[in-house]
Design a protein around this ligand. Structure first.
Ligand SMILES: NC(=O)c1ccc[n+]([C@@H]2O[C@H](COP(=O)([O-])OP(=O)(O)OC[C@H]3O[C@@H](n4cnc5c(N)ncnc54)[C@H](OP(=O)(O)O)[C@@H]3O)[C@@H](O)[C@H]2O)c1
Ligand SMILES: [Zn+2]
Ligand SMILES: [Zn+2]
Length: 373
């Protein structure tokens, strides 16, 4: 148990602008409050969102910035009010020394008059705080997990089930819940055919979770056939479509899929052709967040089959708890490549170049010894 006063500064891998490499230096985290938890970071996944944010791809990032929102670590400090928080009953069971995780969200208003928060849909709260590049209500900046420590509201800190290895658990906190929440919401399960578009960090988890949820058929949809063996023989997809290689794919596979989940992160996706894959009343869910507009749509793409086009933002704290429980029960383990945290700049470049198979997880050496597995 830490008895020293909370530190005023942390150290981590800080971005100072959109182009230069991250440097290991100090930064000022939020002040520690009675509703916060502080951890020593042992692992942090690299998510596509880190890449967009570091290069100011969605608009200007508020530098200095520390990204990373697939965080695993060991609890070192628990605020005095955490055990009795009415808004966050699950936090009461968290103890110093526990292994916990933090995802892409670290704040919401949690007020009863907020429709999203009252419904347990915190990721749609208009006052949500992202784990990095955001601000807490006291105006302090939020900083992510490419660092030695993280601190923030207990409401967004989750116990990691013992059955999950530490490094593999990391990508579940953002990538895992981002695919799990819409797949479950739109009924991926027995009798349904699910298509996962883009087989990257989110997409490979999409195949795994669609299977874990009991979908009858899972189709992996990628630009080339280079990931086919991984998807079919490794991840368990039942079929594979290589959109850049298979002539007439949209016609061949038309009206075959109930739920399409698009994790595509780049420009120029063939949206109209993706929609041709849907059955009548099918749903297309966009979770990937390209930096430019989606392609235009012909009205008939929607009219002729009564399809729905929607999006989904990460998942709620309750979604995260249920996703972790399912992952532990069914052994949904992301495919990861561990990289020492000090290799973060090289790992980011490889992620940007599409080399991850399928998620890089940064490891903090000091933390490793005490983390489980
Ligand atoms: N909605 C949310 O709450 C949420 C949460 C987390 C992340 N995200 C976003 O989700 C996206 C994916 O993240 P990630 O971590 O999975 O990234 P990733 O590992 O880089 O995977 C993205 C995949 O998209 C496909 N792709 C990339 N550019 C494409 C293009 N121009 N056309 C068609 N397909 C393309 C690729 O799959 P193939 O090689 O198989 O074609 C790639 O593997 C990012 O934009 C990220 O910001 C959203
Ligand atoms: Zn993410
Ligand atoms: Zn709210």
């Amino acid at each position: 148990m830490t008895t020293s006063p909370p530190a005023k500064t942390f150290t981590g891998w800080v971005a100072h602008d959109a182009t230069n490499p991250l440097t290991y230096t100090s930064f000022t985290p939020k002040p520690f409050t009675p509703t916060d938890i502080e951890i020593r970071v042992t692992h942090c996944g690299i998510c596509g969102t880190d890449v967009h944010t570091l290069r100011s791809g969605w608009g200007p990032t508020n530098y200095p910035c520390v990204v990373g929102h697939e965080i695993i670590g060991i609890v070192e400090r628990i605020g005095t009010e955490v055990p009795t928080l009415r808004t966050s009953p699950a936090s009461a069971s968290i103890r110093v020394g526990d292994q916990v995780g933090i995802g892409a969200q670290s704040g919401a208003c949690l007020r009863p008059e907020c429709e999203a928060c009252a419904d347990g849909e915190e990721s749609y709260c208009t006052r949500m705080t992202g784990t990095y590049n955001g601000r807490y209500p006291d105006k302090s900046k939020s900083y992510g997990g490419f660092a030695a420590r993280w601190r923030g509201p207990a409401h967004f800190v989750f116990k990691i089930p013992d059955a999950l290895p530490s490094a593999e658990a990391a990508p579940l906190l953002c990538g895992g819940v981002t695919v799990f929440a819409p797949l479950r919401k739109y009924g991926a399960g027995p009798g349904k055919t699910v298509g996962i578009i883009g087989i990257g960090g989110l997409g490979h988890l999409g195949v795994l979770f669609a299977k874990a949820l009991g979908a009858e058929r899972v189709v992996a949809i990628s630009r080339s056939s280079s990931k086919k063996a991984d998807a079919v023989e490794g991840l368990g997809a039942d079929a594979f479509i290589a959109t850049g290689e298979e002539e007439g794919w949209a016609k061949t596979h038309s009206r075959s899929i109930d739920i399409l989940l698009s994790t595509v992160s780049g420009p120029g996706m063939p949206l109209g052709q993706y929609l041709r894959l849907l059955k009548r009343d099918g749903v297309f869910v966009q979770v990937g967040a390209p930096e430019d507009a989606l392609p235009p749509l012909m009205a008939f793409s929607l009219i002729q089959k009564s399809v729905k086009v929607t999006g989904s933002n990460i998942g709620s704290p309750e979604d995260i708890r249920q996703m972790l429980a399912l992952a532990a029960e069914k052994r949904v383990l992301p495919w990861i490549q561990k990289r020492p945290m000090e290799d973060v700049n090289a790992a980011l470049k490889d992620m940007h170049d599409g080399k991850a198979r399928y998620r890089y997880v940064l490891e903090n050496k000091d933390g490793e010894a005490q983390a489980k597995l």
